[in-house]
Design a protein around this ligand. Structure first.
Ligand code: SF4
Length: 400
């Protein structure tokens, strides 16, 4: 929560913005730089450096039309929300991005970086550039990123990418044409703004049953499941049932690629949710940020609970991480459950060695924090679980 608040102080609070997603955002005649990882400080500076007149002139000298920045994982989410920088993909697209043979540099900071990227990059001209002392990878080029000389470090990195452009093997270049528009930037402030200054219209829609509840579908890709399948299936099932979906992290990029993060996707929602989305001009699935921005969802939930004079655990809310993978997803999931929100995981956490721990997480926690985890790999069944949970919460609040 603190990290999100401070990022907003430093770089600005996100506002709704139209962005493009998927590997089609890479450009054949431009220097392609992908930023990947989690730290907004680095990516903010790379975006600034890419507009530097001297570096643009240098790109022109090597025959490139422009410097094209795109993102992968949550570094990507940070800059797409604030600057409209396109998302080349989510976690499982870091290798395919290199295989396009059109990426001059993949600039990484920390976390969710596949250690084998450097081995793969040897088959292409892509430079893997590590920047954090905490995450150096054998075989990568290391350019230490220092906050005190942030822009100079970023310019140095962009220059390396530009100088690598002539090394691209054009015979190998293959950029898939897939490219999908989506809307992002739904910070709490932006949602309140879209509702006319308070959460009341949203709460009224929940009370009236036009929106039956709200589900956060979040988290990673997991190589144990078909990429994006569970995110997309679960999200489509939920909006059909008039459940507003809010998203962060790689889940949001998955649904962006599937075309669910545009106002036009309201046509796939149930009649109640569709009417609300059409009247506000918003998508039925709201992109609220990177995976560490889960606190934006919880701040909204707390404001709703305070407005109604109940606990968060009393609200018709649910969470889901259908393809979770990273250790950080574990702490994020624990934060959500500890805040009182029932959460469905799509893969089993490594806890089955202890019957006591498994029982605490899936049932005992409910008596302590008002919520527990469930595990359901089938996204259709997960949607039914969430539906039943929301119906029970509505009934307990006296809502139809
Ligand atoms: S959602 Fe998961 S895979 Fe994606 S950036 Fe966050 S931690 Fe990494």
């Amino acid at each position: 929560m603190w990290a999100t608040e401070l990022s907003d102080v430093l770089f600005g609070t996100p506002q709704p913005i139209r962005v493009k997603s998927n590997l089609g955002v890479l450009k054949e005649d431009e220097v392609n730089i992908i930023v990947h990882g989690h730290e907004p400080v680095l990516s903010e500076m790379i975006v600034q450096a890419a507009n530097d007149p001297e570096l643009l002139a240098l790109a022109g000298k090597v025959g490139a039309k422009r410097i094209n920045i795109s993102g992968i994982c949550c570094t990507g989410n940070e800059i797409l929300m604030r600057h409209g920088v396109p998302a080349a993909g989510n976690f499982l697209q870091q290798e395919p991005a290199i295989i396009t043979s059109a990426v001059e540099a993949m600039v990484v900071d920390v976390q969710c970086l596949m250690p084998a990227l450097t081995e793969l990059a040897k088959c292409y001209h892509t430079q893997i550039i590590t920047t954090s002392p905490k995450a150096r990878i054998p075989g990568a080029r290391h350019v230490a990123f220092s906050e005190s000389a942030a822009l100079a470090s970023a310019k140095n990195i962009v220059k390396i990418a530009i100088e690598n452009y002539p090394n691209r093997n054009r015979a190998k270049v293959f950029i898939p044409r897939e490219e999908t528009d989506f809307m992002a930037g739904f910070s709490v402030e932006a949602i309140v703004g879209a509702l006319g200054g308070s959460l009341s219209p949203l709460l009224d829609a929940v009370k009236a049953g036009s929106i039956r509840g709200i589900a956060g579908v979040v988290g990673c890709n997991n190589p144990k499941t078909k990429q994006d399948f569970s995110h997309i299936t679960l999200t489509e099932e939920l909006i059909k049932r008039d459940i507003l979906v809010v998203q962060t992290g790689c889940a949001a990029i998955a649904c962006a690629k599937a075309g669910l993060l545009v106002p036009e996707a309201a046509g796939k929602a149930g009649s109640g949710l569709r009417a609300v989305c059409e009247s506000l001009g918003i998508p039925p699935v709201l992109h609220m940020g990177s995976c560490v921005d889960i606190s934006r969802i919880l701040v909204t939930a707390a404001a709703a609970a305070n407005a109604l004079g109940v606990d968060i655990s009393d609200l018709p809310l649910a969470g889901a991480a259908p393809e979770w993978m990273s250790e950080k997803a574990v702490s994020i999931g624990a934060y959500v459950v500890a805040s009182g929100i029932f959460t469905v995981l799509g893969t089993i956490p490594p806890v089955l060695g202890s019957g006591n721990v498994a029982a605490l997480l899936t049932s005992g926690a409910a008596g302590v924090v008002g919520a527990a985890f469930a595990v359901e790999p089938d996204p259709q069944a997960a949607a039914r679980l969430i539906d039943e949970h929301l119906a029970a919460k509505r009934k307990a609040l006296g809502l139809s």
